[in-house]
Design a protein around this ligand. Structure first.
Ligand code: F6R
Length: 594
């Protein structure tokens, strides 16, 4: 739930570390710090944003250091809880991402051995363990220290007497950026893109020794090689490119993202879909597991797969599946996770494997933890998503689920052909919504005055109502609830007032007429209603106060266009309210704790 970075090379380490940390701020931002090797180990940290830390730093010519940006799990955001953490001598410094499960026992034991602790964090046991085992070789001390630790970690350790970074990984991401006479370490690729596009991914159990000219890995004491990869993203792709926020930039990238997601899977000549995953699986039903926005994608996927492939689909919130005593028969388990690191989803994935299920991971991040566990992997190819609120990865997940359903569809070739043609048209349709950005922004300005809002829909758009509400609440801090339109009268009606706008998401399918009835019921309670409706639907004008227009598409694809309209609505509402859109309070991009 934090971002860690390391640098060793010929440049001054301090500005490099600060720059890399800024690119990892989406992983956590309640406190931050750096440690530099000079005459000893110098630590600068605080419960501040990185910009503030940077302003308070003096020039420093150290060429080796580590840094951390935190999202608190053990102990409140404070200077003493901020990383890096040090040992008693002050020579060892460590940054860590993950959770040490047995830290209380270790702390007790180390205290009885004379170690003094200064923070409430689980991490602080690591530098003390390293101090305990250090005999002049930092790699050996780290290797010995992690034997004592149970839990998840990616960590970087430095020692005042050694010009090297020692890295270790277990169930928490870590990459090495390979440079010329310099090497970098980071939790995620965007952090190093200013310096290099050559990266290596650590595997669970790896320990690495990183010097300015060399990168060496061992696993269980034996030397291992890790392949070098070229990052296909340009630095521009990981930047704001002139937009005010990453979120709006990522919303605008969606036409290209949709093309990327289906590229390579749809044949140019035949109406065929090839996902490159096993087709001979023997299963009678599908279980999809995911969290948050990815869970909403899964709910849309259920509708599409059941409709096209006629296979029963169950969708579980990953964290709840972890406590269920469910019996899985011939079940194909699909785990959807943008980051590939979400702890709840990782645990669910492992549980599904333990139960003997064949698993498929749908993710955005190459080399992420999920990709090492799943039997099959499908990449959504959305590119780096920096905004904490997921937008383009959600749409790419939907496209992947359409492809999956179409690949298994029991429809004739002509129908498959027209579905593929419709999918190919989606990027143009999305451009049409983006052309209406100004109108949606105006609506956002009005919504910004309210404190409560409902999103309602039926059928395949019910998950879109949930996602619309999630986007609105997380970035604008307006209390937003997504409801199946038929459910309002079973309780939430009590909350409807003239000051409670309701957003009704429509599609011209078998839900339309009943949704109109629900809208009339809402209007009778005097709540203003904004409809999201397709071009040419004049009927809707009679019943609602305002219509956000989306292009006409096959109702099965309406979640794509409707969701994008709601992403824009949430964005402009939050902007009007002056919110911290890319880094909303209390949230982090990659939720690596359960
Ligand atoms: C909301 C959002 C989160 C994530 C959730 C799962 O905008 O981004 O709800 O969808 O934390 O994350 P992944 O997909 O990385 O497993």
């Amino acid at each position: 739930m934090c971002g860690i970075v390391g640098y060793v090379g010929e440049r001054e380490a301090q500005p490099v570390l600060i720059n890399c940390l800024k690119r990892l701020e989406y992983r956590g931002y309640d406190s931050c710090g750096i440690a530099l090797l000079g005459r000893g180990t110098e630590v600068y940290k605080g419960a501040v944003r990185i910009e503030t830390l940077e302003r308070n730093l003096q020039p420093n010519d150290s060429r080796t250091g580590i840094g951390h940006t935190r999202w608190a799990t053990h102990g409140k955001p404070s200077e003493s809880n901020a990383h890096p953490h040090t040992d008693c001598s002050g020579k060892v410094a460590v940054v860590h991402n993950g959770v040490i499960d047995n830290y209380l026992q270790l702390r007790e034991q180390l205290t009885s051995e004379g170690h003094t602790f200064r923070s409430e964090t689980d991490t602080e046991v690591i530098p003390h363990l390293i101090e305990k085992y250090y005999r002049g070789n930092l790699e050996q001390a780290v290797s010995r220290a992690i034997v004592d630790i149970t839990g998840a970690y990616s960590l970087i350790a430095i020692h005042a007497d050694r010009k090297e970074l020692i890295v270790a990984r277990k169930e928490s991401p870590l990459i090495i950026g390979i440079g010329d006479k310099e090497n970098l370490v980071a939790s995620d690729v965007p952090a190093v893109l200013d310096y290099t596009d050559r990266v290596m991914y650590l595997e669970d159990g790896d320990i690495g020794v990183i010097t300015k000219n060399d990168v060496k890995f061992t696993r269980n004491g034996k030397k291992v090689e890790r392949a070098e990869h070229r990052v296909p993203w340009s630095i521009e792709e990981a930047q704001k490119a002139g937009y005010d926020h990453f979120m709006i930039k990522e919303i605008h990238e969606q036409p290209r993202v949709i093309r990327n997601t289906f590229a390579g899977h749809i044949s140019a000549l035949e109406p065929e879909i090839d996902l490159g995953i096993r087709r001979d699986l023997d299963f009678s039903n599908i279980l999809i597991l995911a969290c948050g926005t990815s869970y909403h994608a899964a709910l849309v996927g259920k509708h599409v797969i059941e409709r096209l492939a006629q296979i029963p689909v169950r969708v579980d919130i990953a964290s709840e599946f972890n406590y269920s005593d469910t019996v899985l028969g011939k079940t194909w388990v699909i785990v959807i996770t943008q980051s590939g690191e979400t702890a709840d989803s990782m645990r669910a994935l492992k549980k599904a494997k333990e139960l003997g299920c064949h698993t498929l991971v749908i993710t955005n991040v190459v080399g992420s933890s999920a990709t090492r566990i799943g039997d099959d992997v499908l990449y959504i190819k959305a590119g780096p998503e920096i905004s904490v609120a997921a937008t383009k990865s959600f749409i790419a997940q939907l496209v992947m689920l359409y492809l999956l359903a179409m690949a298994r569809a029991s429809v004739d070739v002509r129908s498959r052909g027209s579905l593929i043609a419709e999918l190919r048209q989606l990027p143009n349709k999305v451009h049409e919504i983006l052309d209406r950005e100004g109108e949606i922004a105006e609506r956002g300005k009005h919504l910004a005055e309210h404190e409560n809002v409902f999103f309602v829909a039926r059928g395949i758009n019910f998950p879109v109502a949930l996602e619309g509400a999630l986007k609105m609440k997380e970035i604008s801090y307006i209390h937003a609830e997504g409801y199946a339109a038929g459910e309002l009268k079973h309780g939430p009606f009590a909350l409807l007032t003239p000051d409670t706008p309701v957003i009704a998401i429509t599609a011209r399918d078998n839900t339309y007429e009943t949704l109109l009835v629900n809208i009339k019921e809402i209007k009778a309670r005097e709540s203003p209603v904004i409809a999201v409706a397709e071009e040419g639907d004049d009927e809707i004008e009679k019943y609602v106060d305002f219509v956000i227009r989306v292009p006409k598409v096959d109702p099965m694809f309406s979640p794509v266009v409707n969701s994008i309209a709601l992403q824009l609505l949430a964005y402009y509402t939050a902007k009007e309210r002056g919110c911290s859109i890319d880094t909303p309070r209390n949230l982090a991009k990659s939720v690596t704790v359960e």
